[in-house]
Design a binder for this molecule. Sequence first.
Ligand SMILES: Cc1cc2nc3c(=O)[nH]c(=O)nc-3n(C[C@H](O)[C@H](O)[C@H](O)COP(=O)(O)OP(=O)(O)OC[C@H]3O[C@@H](n4cnc5c(N)ncnc54)[C@H](O)[C@@H]3O)c2cc1C
Length: 400
Amino acid sequence: MQKNIAIIGAGITGCSLAHFLANTGWDVTLVESQDDIASGGSGNPVAAIYPKFMLNDKAYNDFMLKSFMFTTAWIDKSGLNKGDYRFNGAIEILEGAYAHKLEINLLGKMLEKEKFLSLIDKSMHKKYLIKKDSSGLFFHQGGWVNPIALCRHLTNHSNIKVITNQEIVSIEKLNDQWTLKTKDQKNFNAYHVAICNAANLHKFDLTQHLYTDAFRGQINWVNSTSFQMPSVVICDEGYLSPLIRDKHIFGATYAMNDFNKDLRISDTKKNIASIKEIHQGFHKHCLAQKKIAGRVAWRASPKDRKPYVGRVFNNQIFEKMRIRELAQADHLPWLENLYIASGFGSRGFTFAPYCSSVLANLINDNLSLEDKKTLNYTNPERYRLKKMSLKKVASQIFKV
Ligand SMILES: Cc1cc2nc3c(=O)[nH]c(=O)nc-3n(C[C@H](O)[C@H](O)[C@H](O)COP(=O)(O)OP(=O)(O)OC[C@H]3O[C@@H](n4cnc5c(N)ncnc54)[C@H](O)[C@@H]3O)c2cc1C
């Protein structure tokens, strides 16, 4: 096998995939349209990392738990500077009865559950400076990471060549190799390609059926305060970070398919309002500021909120196949040497490193049973198969 790959998009997904492949002997060319890596969704000054569970979706919760456990352990042993991440806990404020049900439903079978999560109690109100009547969950291994520092750390590898300011506009296969063409008429050739370009995935002919919504999000931040602030990330409708590089970051807004790049005062006001229930002193402090800095970026999300990770069909062969043929998982017409990892929504820093590690195992033909289960769950062709009433095939592309 020719171990060279071009990866499109240098956010956390592209950077972590580049890292896993470079570590297994691949020559990686990471192509980014902006003038630096981590310039899209992955360019915020902080990303909260905690497992956001749902009450009645076991498959999603399993995926969330696997991603969270993998990613936190992996960041911890990655050699990232200790000042650029901290897993000293994360609080999710929730209505009391809901938090209790989640705790029972989710983790009934988990060993050492008390080391993983606790219901918020009086001692935590005091310790983490949250309102006395707050309820919710405390995730002991939750925390935060500096996204830009993580992306830089991951791509600092002799097998990874980073090329910026080059927007890929088409991907074509000629003989055995892929040719990636840029807006400036440059070509990159590689035997393998991975598309990690978030909400722009549908812009290539080969992947135009993989739709994601783009959710505009604005975050804001203010410098250190003279009063005491919580030492862990606290998430309610919005989130509030502890002091990270002299900033408290808070947010974020959520607006579907709104492509305005400018910071909006109305969104800053929304973000300030969202932290009122988390910390009233900080809320007042923000209201008193003359100017508040911030940043705007987009999250990419498929309709079912599951990312697209895996392979796609060869469209020409797919269109000629009958339903009966497609019903056999072994006969699905996968396009060779082209891979997708996109659509991580608002939990990219939990999901993407884990999914990139699974995708790297697929590319290296070294899948574990758990990897196969994950790829069945994130199969990018699930919509086309479901439309043909082949839902079962869509979730069983690998035998487990
Ligand atoms: C306001 C906000 C707050 C968030 N908070 C959190 C949080 O607290 N915790 C968390 O886990 N997640 C959070 N997220 C979500 C998280 O940031 C994303 O899930 C994650 O960054 C997605 O990473 P990515 O690499 O898939 O996409 P991106 O980081 O967007 O990277 C995609 C890259 O592809 C490049 N690109 C696109 N098209 C092309 C092309 N044709 N050619 C070359 N390059 C191309 C883009 O320029 C971009 O750099 C937040 C997102 C936002 C917007």
